[in-house]
Design a protein around this ligand. Structure first.
Ligand code: AMP
Ligand code: MG
Length: 485
C-alpha cells in the first residue's frame, strides 16, 4: 500500500486512543468500489492481493499507518448523550490523491475503548447497505463519505438474530463530526477545542482565515462555513427524497458529508412525514423535519464553538451576536439550495418568482396521492423528452389535477436534458438492498455488484437493469429498518 500520513494522530492523545483493529477471521471480499480504488491510486494487482484482503479485514495494519479510535460525544435524539466515540471504527491514516488527502477508516474491525456495551462489530447486512448507499449518494452528486470495500467473515454477531459480520472500509477527507467539538466543549477543555478547530480550519476551511466574510473571527467563520455545507447537503437530501434516519450530532460531518449510514431510506411513495427509522418513535428524524434538525445540530455546534468565538470577540454578547449571524446563513442558503435543485428537477433553466409555487403544488399533488417520488420525476423527464405525457399522467388518480399543473410546467419550456440529468432512474430502495444482502448472505455477491454498477451512474438508462428501477414489491412494505447494525 502507499505511504500513510497521520494528520489526525498528530493532534495528540487527548483526541483518540491508539490501537490496532482486532480484525475478522477468514475474510473474503464481498465488494470493492473500483472508482474509490482509482481515486486512491490503488493498483489492481494490490487490490487482488492477500495483503489487501487482510488490510481491509483489519488483520494487518498497513505499513506506516497509525490505527486509532477517536473520541467524541453528542446529542442523540435531542438529548445530551455524553461520551460516545469510535466504538467500532479504526482510522488507519490518510493517503494522498489527486483530490487531496483521504482518510481510510475500517468499520466493524473490533472493540475500542469507546465501544461501551457494543461488540465492535458490523453485520454484513448493514455493511452492504452502507457500502452501496455511500456510492449511490456519490453517484447522485451528494456529498458523502465513500466506501472502498466490504469484506465478510463467517464470524457471528448477535443482533435480533445471529448474523455474519463484515468490515467496511470508508474513505473521506475527514471523519470529524460535530460531536468531536461538543466533546471538548462539554468538558471545558478549551485548549483541545482550539487545537481541533484550528486543525479543521487549516486543513479543510482555510478561507476562514482569509477571504470568508467572518474571517475576523475564524471560529465564527468556521460555523458559517459548516452551516453552508450542511445546507447544501440537506437540500440535496430533500430533493432526492433521502431520509438519513439518525441525525444525531455525532452523525453530522464537519465537512457536510452524509455520514453513518444506518436505517436510511429513499422515499418510495411521497410522504413528507415519512419516518424511516423504526426506533424513532417520535418521528424526530422524519423526512420533512431533516432541514430543521440540521439547523438544530448546527446550533449545538455553535454552542460548542462559543468559548473560541468569545475568546476572539472579547465579550459574550458580541460572541452571541456573531454566532447567530454565522448560523443565520442556513435560513436563506438551505431554501435557495433546495429551490435550485428542484428547479433542475423541473428542467427550468431560468429562475422565476412563480417557480416556488409550481414546485409546492406538484409536491402537494404527490403527497396527496403518495405517488412514487423517483418514478414520478423520471417519468416526467421522459415525458418532456418525448413530448408524450400519458405515462406520467397515468401515475395519478386525479388526472385533471395533474393536467392543470403540467400546463403550467409546459408554459415554462422545461429542458428535458437537464431533467434527465437531475432526476435519477436508480436509487437504493430498501428492497433492492435486501435482495442483494440475502444473496450475499449465501456468498453470491453478484447482485451487490450489479446494484453498484447502476447506482454509480443513476442518471443513465442501463436498459438491461429495468428491474432495478420499478416500484417496490408488496413484501418490501414489511421491511423494518432499525438502528440495529
Ligand atoms: P450510531 O447510532 O451508529 O451512530 O452509533 C452511536 C454510537 O454507538 C457510536 O459511538 C458508535 O461507535 C457506537 N456503536 C454502534 N454500534 C456499535 C457496536 N456494535 N459496537 C461498538 N460500538 C457501537
Ligand atoms: Mg454514528
Amino acid at each position: 500500500m502507499k505511504k500513510f500520513i497521520n494528520g489526525f494522530a498528530a493532534l495528540g492523545k487527548d483526541f483518540y486512543t491508539e490501537l490496532a483493529p482486532q480484525g475478522i477471521s477468514n475474510p473474503y471480499f464481498v465488494c470493492v468500489s473500483q472508482a474509490v480504488a482509482d481515486e486512491l491510486w490503488l493498483s489492481e494487482e494490490w487490490l487482488a492481493s492477500f495483503e489487501a484482503l487482510q488490510v481491509f479485514a483489519g488483520n494487518i495494519a498497513p505499513q506506516g499507518s497509525q490505527p486509532l479510535a477517536s473520541v467524541y460525544s453528542g446529542h442523540q435524539f435531542g438529548v445530551w448523550a455524553g461520551q460516545l466515540g469510535d466504538g467500532r471504527a479504526h482510522l488507519l491514516g490518510e493517503l494522498e490523491t489527486a483530490n487531496g488527502n483521504f482518510e481510510i477508516q475500517l468499520k466493524g474491525a473490533g472493540r475500542t475503548p469507546y465501544s461501551r456495551m457494543g461488540d465492535g462489530r458490523a453485520v454484513l447486512r448493514s455493511s452492504i447497505r452502507e457500502f452501496l448507499c455511500s456510492e449511490a449518494m456519490h453517484g447522485l452528486r451528494i456529498s458523502t463519505t465513500r466506501a472502498l470495500a466490504v469484506v465478510g467473515s463467517d464470524m457471528l454477531a448477535r443482533r435480533e438474530t445471529n448474523e455474519t459480520t463484515a468490515v467496511v472500509t470508508r474513505v473521506a477527507p475527514s471523519f470529524i463530526r460535530f460531536g468531536h467539538f461538543e466533546h471538548f466543549a462539554y468538558r471545558g477543555e478549551n485548549v483541545q477545542l482550539k487545537t481541533l478547530a484550528d486543525y479543521v480550519i487549516e486543513r479543510y476551511y482555510p478561507e476562514c482565515l482569509t477571504t470568508h466574510k467572518l474571517a475576523a473571527n475564524p471560529y465564527a467563520a468556521l460555523l458559517a462555513a459548516v452551516s453552508s455545507r450542511t445546507a447544501t447537503m440537506a437540500a440535496a437530501w430533500q430533493a432526492v427524497g433521502f431520509c438519513h434516519g439518525v441525525m444525531n450530532t455525532d452523525n453530522m460531518s464537519i465537512l457536510g458529508l452524509t455520514i453513518d449510514y444506518g436505517p436510511f431510506q429513499f422515499l418510495d411513495g411521497f410522504n413528507p412525514a415519512h419516518i424511516c427509522n423504526h426506533s424513532d418513535e417520535q418521528g424526530r428524524y422524519a423526512y420533512n423535519r431533516q432541514p430543521n434538525i440540521a439547523y438544530w445540530n448546527l446550533f449545538c455546534l455553535g454552542q460548542a464553538l462559543m468559548p473560541l468565538i468569545e475568546q476572539v470577540e472579547g465579550s459574550s454578547d458580541a460572541a452571541q451576536a456573531i454566532a447567530i449571524k454565522a448560523l443565520e446563513g442556513f435560513k436563506s442558503e438551505f431554501p435557495a439550495a433546495l429551490q435550485s435543485r428542484m428547479q433542475a428537477k423541473l428542467g427550468l433553466t431560468d429562475a422565476q418568482d412563480s417557480d416556488k409555487v409550481l414546485i409546492e403544488d406538484v409536491l402537494k399533488l404527490l403527497a396527496k396521492e403518495r405517488t412514487d417520488y423517483t418514478i414520478f420525476w423520471r417519468t416526467l423527464s421522459n415525458a418532456v423528452a418525448n413530448q408524450n405525457f400519458e405515462p406520467v399522467r397515468d401515475l395519478f388518480v386525479d388526472r385533471a389535477a395533474f393536467d392543470t399543473w403540467v400546463i403550467r410546467l409546459k408554459a415554462r419550456s422545461p429542458n428535458s436534458k437537464l431533467m434527465l440529468e437531475s432526476n435519477p432512474k436508480f436509487i437504493l430502495r430498501n428492497h433492492l438492498a435486501q435482495t442483494a444482502i440475502e444473496k450475499a448472505q449465501v456468498k453470491d455477491f453478484s447482485e451487490v455488484a450489479r446494484l453498484l454498477k447502476v447506482l454509480e451512474t443513476p442518471f443513465e438508462e442501463h436498459l438491461d437493469c429495468e428491474d432495478l428501477a420499478g416500484l417496490p414489491p408488496d413484501w418490501a412494505s414489511h421491511l423494518e429498518i432499525s438502528c440495529s447494525s
